[in-house]
Ligand binder design. Sequence first.
Ligand SMILES: [Zn+2]
Ligand SMILES: [Zn+2]
Length: 423
Amino acid sequence: MIQAPRGTRDVLPSQSSRWQHIESVMREECRLAGFHEIRTPVFEHTELFLRGVGETTDIVQKEMYTFEDKGGRSITLQPEGTAGAVRLFLEHGLFNEPLPLKMYYLYCPVFRYEAPQAGRFREHHQFGVEAFGAPSPSMDAEIIALGAGIVRRLGLKDLELHVNSIGCPQCRPSYQEALREFLRPRLPRLCGSCNERFSRNPLRILDCKVPSCQEELKGAPVTLDYLCEDCSGHFEALKIALQKLGVPFVIDTGLVRGLDYYTKTVFEMIAALPDGGHFTTFGGGRYDGLVELIGGPPTAGIGFGLGMERILSVMEGHGLFEGERSEAPGVFIASMGQEAALAALTLAQSLRESCLSADMDHAGRSLKAQFKYAGRLGSPYVVVIGENELQSGKYTLRDMQSKEEVALSPAELIETLKKGALR
Ligand SMILES: [Zn+2]
Ligand SMILES: [Zn+2]
């Protein structure tokens, strides 16, 4: 048996309505906030991610699916969504349009070569929003409120926004120096990765998951104390805007996010797990230097990403899909004999044209087996077409719950069902 590759997952027919529910909430909230959907290819030139994600990141160094195609080009399956969005923004000259340009992507496949046993997928799907050409902190607030509105509407509990500012190319060097000074005597007690990060990007050390490294970081200088006037003004304005919007937040000086390109605002929305723990629903930040880094004009940018599989499984854990709309056909048409089967086929078509979902037997079942099958599908109504019904031109409509039956012409039947049927 050929199986799906490790770290990938199928969505079964019985599961897709849950995905559609999540997606419809995301689409609707984005539409209300003036964000438009984009779709980009699953693979890009490797160079895009080397520049756009950063050569020193774990993603680029360890996790990318990179290969040479038959034309000798280095191709990479996208490990995140932002770089592709920036490439699209540049390639189509969208920076010449009235800015800001607000976009989102939904069910965007991202690929990372990670250990699947850690509950991580090698292919997972992201929802992400990006806004280009909006340097004002009001955009930070808008985009955070958009994400907060989505996870709130999805029913996630105990939401807590963590925010921080990690400064800009003007003020970060002095912070990095202070951090290095603090870390230098502690280097022998930091892990190997942190020792590598020390010279290249000491901020990444704050992100280290090794407990002993976290222990050593106690009392480290924080970025907020080193912000330039522009950055601290931006952060103050964001805090005021979030208060006005009623988005509760905590300032998390340890929050730096794993990517090189963030400037000023970084944020994560934390929510409760069913077992009492917590997880990050969505996270992102401002990336005012990224468009330029990828070869475009200096353009402010900000965005966030959300792992869709994770949200779905947490929502399932919280029981948030109970009482969901049934996907069962509204009417099942049972028939006996060839002629009746043809009548069933045309009735099903008429019902569908009237926007009523209908299904019938296609496996040559007996009438008894068709009723059993209708019961398994969960159809609330069954129409029976047999010899008597064909002769009288009136079909029997049966309410599967009350067992009530009426004989109706096809036209009456459609009218009755459209009005909400027998109940
Ligand atoms: Zn600054
Ligand atoms: Zn470490």
